[in-house]
Design a protein. Structure first.
Length: 286
């Protein structure tokens, strides 16, 4: 079943808002780097103003919708030994590798590519929005996962980008059903539509091919919410031999999360966050 993103009140970008007191922040002064930090949060955020005017509309939308402020609210129950910064910045490329003790960075270039990618693969505005929203949230959670691995000294067996994908997917499925379905569906479309070509030295990359990333996210979705995503198995989109392992894969992710992340989570705040209704922002008309 395809979530109706327009009916949910989402447009080119959406803000996933926890209706907790004090989550709203004042907008940054024009021309400045917008940066804020809710009380007791270990997550600092920054919207670095791009020098390329091409990215100015993206900067304006993100700061207006306060998307990173919502990440702060969602991460409020996490108690870290030191602060981490999540920022949106102009990078000169679509991605930059996370450096120890450095910021987790989502590049304007990546967001711009996702916009164009969605527009070239479908004329359906609803599907375009699904991919843009899912792609942005996926990238934000993926990069934040790298910072969490660093600050919590989480041991990684295998490729770190795969581990970051799995943590991002597991976190997505902890949102309320409506939000989780929209974000996960959009993420899957982004990877499933990929026209990425792999040959020769491309297989030496530390990042898995997009199609493999699609199945990794889809497998978590099926295991975490079969009533919503089980059609991927029933329609043989996920091969049966992989579907048979999805529950075990998700259990492995949850076990690792419980061992390495949960000791740093304030249980009372977590219960409050899970009990708090999630709202989707009103559409931003273009």
């Amino acid at each position: 079943m395809q979530p109706n993103i327009c009916a949910a009140g989402l447009a080119l970008f959406c803000s996933i808002a926890l209706t907790t007191a004090g989550s709203a922040q004042a907008p940054a002064a024009p021309g400045s780097t917008a940066q804020t930090q809710p009380a007791q949060s270990n997550i600092k955020i920054a919207y670095e103003k791009p020098t390329n005017p091409k990215f100015a509309p993206i900067y304006d939308k993100l700061t207006k919708l306060k998307v990173l402020e919502e990440l702060q609210a969602f991460m409020a129950p996490v108690r870290l030994p030191r602060d981490i910064t999540v920022r949106v910045a102009q990078c000169g490329s679509e991605n930059i590798s996370y450096k120890p003790q450095g910021p987790a960075t989502i590049c304007y270039e990546l967001i711009d590519r996702i916009e164009h990618f969605a527009a070239t693969h479908t004329r359906d505005a609803n599907l375009q929005q699904l991919v843009i929203v899912g792609g942005f949230v996926q990238a934000t959670l993926h990069e934040t996962a790298h910072a969490l691995f660093d600050v919590l000294d989480v041991p990684i067996w295998g490729r770190e980008d795969d581990a970051a994908d799995r943590l991002a997917a597991a976190v997505m499925m902890q949102f309320g059903d409506d939000v989780a379905n929209i974000v996960m569906f959009g993420t899957q479309l982004l990877f499933r539509w990929s026209d990425q070509k792999w040959q020769g030295n491309a297989f030496a990359s530390e990042v898995s091919p997009d199609f493999q990333r699609y199945f990794n996210y889809a497998c978590v979705a099926v295991a975490a919410n079969y009533p919503q995503f089980g059609g991927l198995v029933e329609k043989r989109v996920i091969p049966q031999h992989r579907a048979n392992r999805c529950d075990d894969e998700y259990a492995q992710i949850r076990k690792a999360f419980d061992l390495r992340i949960m000791p740093h989570v304030d249980a009372d705040l977590l219960i409050k966050a899970r009990a708090t209704p999630w709202n989707l922002s009103a559409a931003i008309q273009q």
